[in-house]
Design a protein around this ligand. Structure first.
Ligand code: SAM
Length: 294
């Protein structure tokens, strides 16, 4: 009998128990997350010229702020915003925007469909993450760009603040045991997951958001921890009273620190090569991402 690999254990999906979408605080949490990340992400995306009629895909679009930004930037194009749960996306309105229920692990797109494929804070939560960049790259047109961004909590471990150090460990451990997330080594390994896919112009960017009691990053952190506290207490990672005290610490006026880094990596599918007319010898071509699993 085949032995079940640890990553194949049945874990509840993102939004079911941990970060439950039915919980009223989720809208605020997703908005705060997006608010803290959007300036750096859109700053990256704005540097690259896409065709006016670009076809873009955002995987796991959440509250849809990035997809809407892309639609406004490419009104003659088409932006597909996907998620496994569409409740925060269905209210978005833009003529260039379409919303699609789609699971990046199991649902496909035809090879060579998109000029841009984006996923932020999605792959880190999926145990199948290692296989997904190749899958997503296969959906790119020649010349199309893959952009993946995820958090890594490595800055928390060097914080001078013992509460932040403790919370960083508690968040990393709890997300790993409840969802199968990796918010530590995965994004810290960027851009290695794009190597070997045949992409060119591979690059990366790191941004460590400043957390305060009131800014978007601080609110996102506090709301995420508040959501995780019952699971932390249940698994013995952090006692309930310690968790409540830590939250008070994060919300006190004057609190300022950094706890996680948002790490982005990108690469371009090589443009189609013109046939070489100077020689009859067949040219050697690298394996194209479109030849990967779809
Ligand atoms: C942390 S939120 C990030 C939202 C958005 N990308 C952002 O950065 O603002 C993760 C999102 O990924 C979605 N998601 C989780 N698993 C998914 C899957 N297998 N396929 C597509 N989306 C998924 C969740 O429903 C959620 O909306």
């Amino acid at each position: 009998m085949r032995k079940e690999a640890p990553e194949e254990r049945e874990l509840p999906a993102y939004g079911e128990e941990v970060f439950a979408f039915a919980h009223p605080a989720q809208t605020d949490r997703l908005d705060a997350l997006a608010g803290s990340c959007d300036p750096a992400t859109t700053g990256d995306l704005a540097r690259w010229d896409l065709p006016a009629d670009a076809r873009c895909l955002e995987i796991g679009a959440g509250a849809g702020t990035l997809a809407l930004w892309l639609a406004r930037r490419h009104p003659e194009g088409e932006v597909t915003a996907t998620d496994t749960d569409l409740r925060f996306l269905t209210g978005l309105r833009h003529p260039a925007l379409r919303v699609l229920r789609h699971d990046v692990r199991t649902d496909g797109f035809p090879p060579g469909t998109f000029d841009l494929v984006v996923a932020r804070s999605v792959l880190c939560h999926l145990p199948e993450r290692a296989a997904l960049p190749g899958r997503m790259a296969s959906w790119l047109k020649p010349g199309g760009r893959l952009y993946i961004e995820d958090p890594s909590f490595f800055p928390a471990s060097s914080s001078p603040d013992p509460v932040v150090r403790r919370l960083g460990t508690a968040v990393t451990t709890t997300l790993a045991t409840t969802l199968g997330s990796d918010v530590s080594a995965w994004a810290r390994s960027f851009p290695a997951p794009l190597r070997g896919l045949g992409l060119v112009e591979v690059g990366m960017r790191v941004h460590c958001p400043t957390l305060t009691a009131t800014n978007a990053a601080g609110r996102a952190w506090a709301l995420s921890i508040a959501d995780l506290l019952p699971a932390m207490a249940r698994t013995g990672v952090l006692a309930e009273a310690d968790g409540a005290e830590a939250l008070t610490h994060l919300r006190r006026p004057g609190f300022v620190d950094t706890a996680h880094a948002m790490v982005a990596m990108w690469g371009v599918r090589p443009p189609a090569q013109r046939p070489d007319r100077t020689t009859h010898r067949p040219k050697q071509t690298a394996q194209q991402p479109g030849q990967g699993p779809a």
